[in-house]
Design a protein around this ligand. Structure first.
Ligand code: SF4
Length: 410
């Protein structure tokens, strides 16, 4: 007898499995009002008032499926904290920003963020199947706008002219919240541009609506390889049987999966939780890729941890588990500075003769530098002709040119 767990909820008492596991049904029945929410999740009058106080600025939405993961008995349930609006969202910290990553100011054509020379970010929609309370793009998410054919054509034209771009991330909103047809139009267009080598799709669908991942979708996606699926598990409880099945569908169709976790206070701000998450992801063939320090978006200070918490978590992972299970901890530098890696200090001292390092157990050892230090390779020029590198910037530019300094631009 199948476990019809959703039928415990009055709202979905009569929903048969063929509807529950149909992503069209899930999308059509996204819960977005307090009236429906309280039928699923018992809430105190204070919690209801708190939720209402923020919903005029930042809406609420969740798939029925994701709501069933909430433990109603735990007011600090990690799924609940990510889903249910809270009065804390109305407060502002001194450095809160509407657009902390400076995306809007790096948008040469609507929807396309071009910040790094060789990579672009395409925001194909502002809609999602579930609205995460900690979202960096809360300024635009749930505006319910999809890019039009004309806007897409402008994006293609821009990319055809910018031959330095080799990598595109299709994001949003949620890139898999759009229909297969428009998604395929995007993919066909990007694949037809010869210098675009890599396509990435950023989505939280495997977590919030795993039934969206069906044979039709993965068969279509595999035609556009090399294509990577960037997803966003934040807690082991999100790795349900349904979510695991969705991950397996992608990977079995040759689509590698990488995971980007946001470090969230009270949700996953503990090495025990993140170690379990990263191990479980690996078992499901999903590589833990980044651990993000939570951004300075407006009204989400209560989700932010001190930066040291992330460093402490990496300290608890590195060496204590396989390197495959250790993501890179980064701060996405406010104002559009890009990802800055932050990690514990393992290099204790250095000279041109020796470096002194410590390992995860505090074992201190010395590494002797080689006597010959010339590192030039015979094939560098040849390879550079075959695979031209993008223009150098920052310290790399100083290392490999005759420039004597970098002046900050005015
Ligand atoms: S799925 Fe992504 S874009 Fe959508 S609300 Fe969540 S974090 Fe924001």
């Amino acid at each position: 007898m199948e476990n019809l767990y959703w039928q415990r909820y009055p709202l979905w008492r009569d929903v048969p499995p063929e509807q529950w596991y149909d992503w069209h049904w899930q999308y059509r029945h996204i819960v977005s009002t307090m009236e429906d929410l309280v039928q699923v999740l018992p809430m105190t009058p204070e919690a209801i008032e708190g939720a209402k106080s923020t919903m005029s600025d930042y809406k609420f939405a969740s798939t029925p499926y994701y709501l069933t993961l909430i433990d109603a008995k735990n007011p600090e349930c990690p799924i609940r904290l990510q889903t249910i609006p809270d009065f804390k969202e109305v407060s502002r910290a001194a450095m809160d920003m509407e657009d902390p990553l400076g995306e809007d100011s790096h948008m040469p054509v609507p929807g396309l963020v071009h910040r790094y020379p060789d990579r672009v970010l395409f925001l194909v929609t502002t809609s999602c199947a579930m609205y995460c309370r900690f979202c960096t793009r809360r300024r635009i998410v749930l505006n319910k706008e999809h890019r039009t054919e004309r806007e897409l054509e402008n994006v293609f034209n821009y990319l055809r002219e910018h031959k330095e771009v080799r990598d595109i991330i299709i994001s949003g909103g949620d890139a898999l919240f759009i229909g297969d047809k428009f998604l395929e139009t995007c993919l066909e267009g990007f694949r037809s541009i010869p210098h675009i080598e890599i396509i990435r799709i950023a989505t939280r669908i495997p977590i919030v609506c795993p039934m969206r991942v069906d044979e039709k979708l993965v068969t279509m996606l595999r035609k556009y390889a090399p294509l990577y699926l960037m997803t966003h598990f934040n807690h082991p409880y999100e790795l349900t049987d349904e979510a695991k099945k969705a991950c397996a569908m992608f990977v079995d169709h040759g689509i590698p999966m990488m995971n980007q976790t946001v470090l969230l206070r009270k949700v996953n701000s503990d090495p025990v939780i993140l170690r379990a998450l990263f191990h479980e992801l690996l078992k499901n063939r999903v590589k833990p890729y980044y651990l993000y320090q939570c951004d300075l978006s407006e009204g989400i200070e209560h989700f932010r941890t001190p930066v040291q918490k992330g460093i402490e978590i990496i300290e608890s992972l590195r060496g204590h588990t396989s390197g495959l299970a250790v993501p890179e901890f980064v701060i996405d530098a406010p104002g559009g500075g890009g990802k800055v890696p932050v990690m514990p200090q393992y290099l204790i001292s250095e000279s041109d003769k020796k470096v002194v390092v410590r390992n995860y157990r505090g074992f201190i050892s010395v590494y002797e530098q080689p006597r010959e230090t010339d590192c030039e390779c015979s094939t560098t020029e040849e390879i550079n002709k075959l695979y031209p590198a993008p223009p150098s910037e920052g310290p790399d530019l100083l290392m490999h040119s005759k420039r004597v300094g970098i002046e900050p631009s005015k």
